[in-house]
Ligand binder design. Structure first.
Ligand code: ADP
Length: 444
């Protein structure tokens, strides 16, 4: 039996009998101090209770020898024996709802004891709580990571879907642009073809026009020539017939006038031929210093009979000293004669026919002006009067070559020929030719 101050001892006793009579008792006392020392290493209370509920051995010294019901440990623990059977139930009644102690009991049947250890579960609970917190944390972390991964995966899927959609859109746009471009290209090609076609059409039309113009010129020329020649030919024919008749009648003297007219007609035809020759002659073969005074004098000398015949007043104004230009004398005379004879034609119907011819110098040019008081040149024919075969004169009176030849001659001598209408009515032709300078003149 132990007490608070002394550990218990276990006594094994056996009676010593001699001839049926008990003579003594053999007792062996085993101290339980060794057991208690071993138990003392545990920080949890351990008790061994007998069948009466008495604590025999304990590592809590104050409990030793007490009955289980008497043990009043601390605020938390109270040992109770339930339903009066301590061998089975030693319980730690907890005054708090949650007990921090776990009773583990093991009956020692040989001794009729019960060994109970009150294991402190606080640490285990704390550890389990810690483990739970850690597990929770781990769960949270893993969950978070999973969530983030899921999110990322979803974002990737969304992005790739977006990219796919964008690339699809782009592809569609490229396709539509390509068709558009192809269409535009085809259109351009068609346009180029059309333009080439138009160009070749134009060239064709141009060639046709040139041909037509040539034919028209030729037609005009042949019409003018046939009229020019037919008129004297008809006159020659009738004169020849009359002369023949007069000779047959025995009055040949009367035929002389007819024969003379025939000679005149032939001269006229020869003149026409000469004009045509002048038109086709190559120019610029003989260019020499020419005196314009001389040119004018000789031209007027040749035209004087006509001027007088028509009662035309001719007014000339020439400079004191001569003006020399480079050109051909005969051709320049031809120009002056043509201008004056056109003026004569123009003043034919005028009441006081007048022609004015002036020669002057302006700067480095000699200027010859021929003006008349005729009807002037109609505005619509003005641009055409230098064209070959352009004439407003009646058939047989003009070939339309005079002015075109004159224009060509003046240009051959680096000059210009222009026509305009006088303010007082009538036409004015102005011819400008560069003057021969003194040095070149002296050298020649
Ligand atoms: P042609 O005298 O044979 O008609 P020209 O080439 O000399 O040929 O003249 C062309 C045309 O210019 C004339 O038919 C005429 O209509 C016009 N013309 C020329 N000189 C004059 C002028 N002094 N006044 C008015 N018209 C003129």
């Amino acid at each position: 039996e132990g007490s608070a101050s002394r550990p218990a001892s276990y006594v094994f006793a056996s009676p010593v009998r001699l001839e049926g009579q008990t003579v003594g008792v053999l007792a062996v006392m085993v101290s339980l101090a060794v057991v208690e020392q071993a138990w003392a290493l545990s920080k949890d209370p351990i008790i061994a209770i007998d069948s009466d509920g008495q604590i025999l051995v304990s590592n809590v010294a104050s409990w030793r020898g007490l009955s289980v019901s008497e043990v009043e440990t601390d605020a938390d623990l109270r040992l109770v024996i339930e339903d009066g059977s301590p061998s089975n139930f030693v319980q730690l009644a907890n005054r708090r709802p949650r007990s921090s102690r776990l009773e583990l009991g093991k009956p020692l049947t040989v001794l009729g004891w019960n060994v109970v250890i009150f294991a402190d579960t606080t640490e285990a609970r704390r550890q389990s709580a810690r483990a739970m917190v850690i597990a929770l944390l781990l769960c949270v972390i893993v969950g978070g990571v999973l969530w983030a991964m899921l999110n990322r995966r979803e974002e990737q899927v969304r992005r790739s879907r977006r990219n796919q959609a964008a690339s699809l859109r782009l592809e569609r746009r490229v396709r539509s642009r390509t068709t558009e471009l192809r269409r535009a290209n085809a259109q351009l090609e068609q346009e180029v073809r059309d333009r080439q076609q138009a160009e070749s059409d134009l060239r064709q039309a141009q060639a046709e026009l040139v041909q037509a113009a040539k034919l028209a010129t030729l037609g005009k020329m042949s019409a003018a020539l046939s009229h020019e020649y037919n008129q004297p030919l008809a006159a020659i024919k009738s004169d020849a017939e009359i002369a023949e008749m007069l000779i047959a009648r025995g009055t040949p003297g009367k035929a002389a006038a007819n024969l003379g007219r025939i000679g005149g007609m032939v001269d006229r035809m020869a003149e026409i031929a000469r004009t045509l020759k002048g038109f086709s002659r190559r120019a610029g073969t003989d260019i020499k210093p020419v005196s314009l005074r001389q040119v004018i004098d000789e031209a007027l000398l040749l035209l004087m009979p006509q001027i007088k015949q028509n009662g035309v007043e001719l007014k000339t104004s020439l400079p004191q000293d001569d003006i020399i230009v480079r050109g051909g004398k005969i051709r320049l005379e031809q120009v002056v004669m043509n201008l004056v004879s056109n003026a004569l034609d123009a003043v034919r119907s005028a009441s006081e026919p007048r022609i004015e011819l002036t020669l002057e110098r302006t700067g480095s040019h000699a200027v010859i002006t021929v003006s008349d008081n005729g009807g002037g040149i109609d505005a619509e024919v003005l641009p055409q009067i230098f064209d070959p075969f352009f004439t407003t004169k009646d058939v047989g009176l003009g070939l339309g070559l005079g002015l075109s030849i004159a224009y060509k001659i003046v240009h051959d001598f680096s000059g210009t020929l222009a026509a305009e209408n006088d303010e007082a009515g009538g036409a004015r032709f102005v011819m400008r030719i560069p003057m021969q300078d003194a040095q070149t003149l002296a050298a020649e």
